[in-house]
Design a binder for this molecule. Structure first.
Ligand code: HXC
Ligand code: NAP
Length: 264
């Protein structure tokens, strides 16, 4: 159940890059439910239009590739032109595939770094002069791979680690203008493309769940609540932080162990 009031984001405008499916679409939907005017963007124009229709409440769907500065700038200008100066910008577009470094071409590695890391720089750099300053709030979607190395994920680990540092640098550089910059690091989230790629079977799901302190995958809606908190006035003095919404996943492997003495 949400702790936030229905009109919390009334009068605010939000742009969600990569908001046409999965976790980011969940964030965009929640912002709209709480009264924000919302734009979502992804490469596929039809998917973007469908996402906007699903969000309703006047949401707009835009097509752009975050790897192309001109395209993302154009989408941000379109959103600000139609909806007004931007109060909230979420950078969540990402790509992933499972492969060892030796099974990855230079272009394969570059592709993921370009979407995730360079894409996040592009989104934030391109939105700056369209922001409602002071008071604007930026969120980048990162992942546990930024901190904990994972085999078969060299590209994602490198890209998301870069995003974590980008968040901190921009929080320092843009804080004086009243712009807060934070990150959310989701854990394994049920029903998403990301988890379908990383955990393709019920067996792999069970193996992952067994290691998570809270013993379950997260829900898209739970990440959305974290994204509401970070842009709300309750987080007015929060900048440069990365909020782990992951059931404790990043703390380490919390599988049951028989260590004697009745503890499990
Ligand atoms: C090895 C692969 C590969 C694979 C693609 N490549 N898939 N290499 N194993 N399984 C290589 C290609 O051969 C090519 O290199 C290069 O990557 C670019 O591939 P394209 O298909 O041309 O790229 P593009 O069309 O831009 O698509 C990008 C993509 C794709 C990342 C490859 O999967 C995509 O669009 N993904 C978006 C959706 C997504 O991934 N969602 C999950 C996000 S979750 P060569 O050398 O042949 O040219 C996430 C994980 C976070 O981010 C952590 C979760 C816990
Ligand atoms: P998803 O459904 O695949 O969403 C990815 C979004 O990004 C889509 O809207 C996609 O639309 C868009 N996109 C991809 N490449 C793009 C590009 N080059 N330019 C513009 N848009 C692009 O993924 P998800 O699993 O929900 O993950 C969402 C975010 O959470 C990602 O940042 C991911 O790294 C992070 N995360 C996910 C999990 C998880 O459990 N799923 C865990 C940790 C972190 P198009 O394909 O139409 O472009």
């Amino acid at each position: 159940m949400s702790a936030f009031k229905d009109n919390l984001l009334a009068g605010k405008t939000a742009f969600v890059a990569g908001g046409t499916s999965g976790i980011n679409l969940g964030i965009a939907k929640r912002y709209a439910e709480l009264g924000a005017k919302v734009a979502v963007a992804g490469r596929n124009a039809e998917k973007a239009a469908n996402a906007a229709a699903e969000i309703g409440r006047g949401a707009i769907g835009l097509s752009c590739d975050v790897r192309d500065y001109g395209q993302i700038r154009g989408a941000l200008e379109e959103a600000a032109g139609q909806l007004g100066p931007l109060d909230i910008v979420v950078s969540g577009a990402a790509g992933n595939f499972v492969a060892p470094a030796l099974g990855m071409s230079a272009n394969g590695f570059k592709t993921v770094v370009d979407i995730d890391l360079n894409g996040t720089f592009n989104v934030f750099r391109a939105c700056y002069d369209l922001l409602n300053r002071p008071g604007a709030s930026l969120i980048a979607i990162t992942a546990g791979q930024a901190v904990n190395p994972a085999m078969m994920q060299a590209h994602v680990c490198a890209a998301k680690a870069g995003i974590n540092q980008l968040i901190r640098v921009l929080a320092m550089e843009w804080g004086p203008a009243g712009v807060r910059v934070n990150g959310i690091s989701p854990g394994p989230i049920a029903g998403t493309e990301g988890m379908a790629r990383l955990s393709p079977t019920p067996e792999s799901d069970r193996a992952i769940t067994a290691r998570i302190p809270l013993r379950r995958f997260g829900e898209v809606g739970e990440v959305a609540e974290s994204a509401v908190f970070l842009v709300s006035s309750s987080a007015a003095y929060v900048s440069g932080t990365i909020l782990d919404c992951d059931g404790g996943s990043q703390l380490g492997d919390a599988r049951d162990r028989d260590i004697g003495g009745g503890m499990s």
